[in-house]
Ligand binder design. Sequence first.
Ligand code: FFO
Ligand code: ATP
Length: 216
Amino acid sequence: MVPPRVSPKSELRAHIRSVRRAMPDLERTTADRSLAAAASDLVRQAGARTVSAYVPLAGEPGGGELVPALAGAAERLLLPVLLDDNDLDWAEHDGSFAPGRFGLLQPTGPRLGREAVAGADLVLLPGLAVSPDGTRLGQGGGSYDRVLQRVEAPTVVLLYPGEFLADVPSEPHDQHVCGAIEASAERYETAHVHWTKGCSMTQHWHSKYRSANDGG
Ligand SMILES: Nc1nc2c(c(=O)[nH]1)N(C=O)[C@@H](CNc1ccc(C(=O)N[C@@H](CCC(=O)O)C(=O)O)cc1)CN2
Ligand SMILES: Nc1ncnc2c1ncn2[C@@H]1O[C@H](COP(=O)(O)OP(=O)(O)OP(=O)(O)O)[C@@H](O)[C@H]1O
């Protein structure tokens, strides 16, 4: 009998999920704290007023401190609501959540529509790995491939140590991200921002500033 073919993406997903599960509690807590701090620093440095992010699942980068930290740094924080077709709707964070599929906690406020994410000045998104060319491996629902097509703002994935990889398998539909914040393996209090090829916050904001001043 021919064994079932395991795709390179599902193999890497399984590997990263098992490494995440085995991460010692203290390392995870420290990494989460450094990611929450680095992500909110990025919001402040960018002057981003509307930010979209996610509510980390158990064992996902950012932990329980991510949403409160971002809510303190941004004027408006948009959080995803998973739709039946795996696309994402958005609602503003107001402190209340309801459980959804896969154990997700989702905001209960008014639904703003699939296109609302286009109004974010910075998009922070979940992922299992990112490579230097901006290839992102996600949970496999294809949600963010759709979201990333609607967004012009910088897109940045939060990662645990060792998840910014030289090579990440990709398929033609995969949309690239702009950067990743990787918690450091040596010093868990610090996190490193990697900008992918041809993309940086500075470049983005310079070009936005230039175009805002073009023609007068
Ligand atoms: N925190 C968080 N929110 C998110 C995402 C995410 O990756 N993380 N999403 C990213 O798109 C969307 C939701 N899609 C998701 C799709 C699959 C799984 C997941 O964990 N799937 C596993 C486990 C299934 C299970 O526990 O039954 C799996 O398919 O094996 C999570 C979220 C929007 N919100
Ligand atoms: N624009 C799209 N519209 C509808 N389906 C899509 C789109 N892009 C990708 N998909 C489908 O989604 C599925 C999963 O894609 P992929 O493995 O790239 O997910 P992912 O990026 O890892 O997941 P996620 O973004 O949910 O974390 C694939 O079957 C793919 O065909």
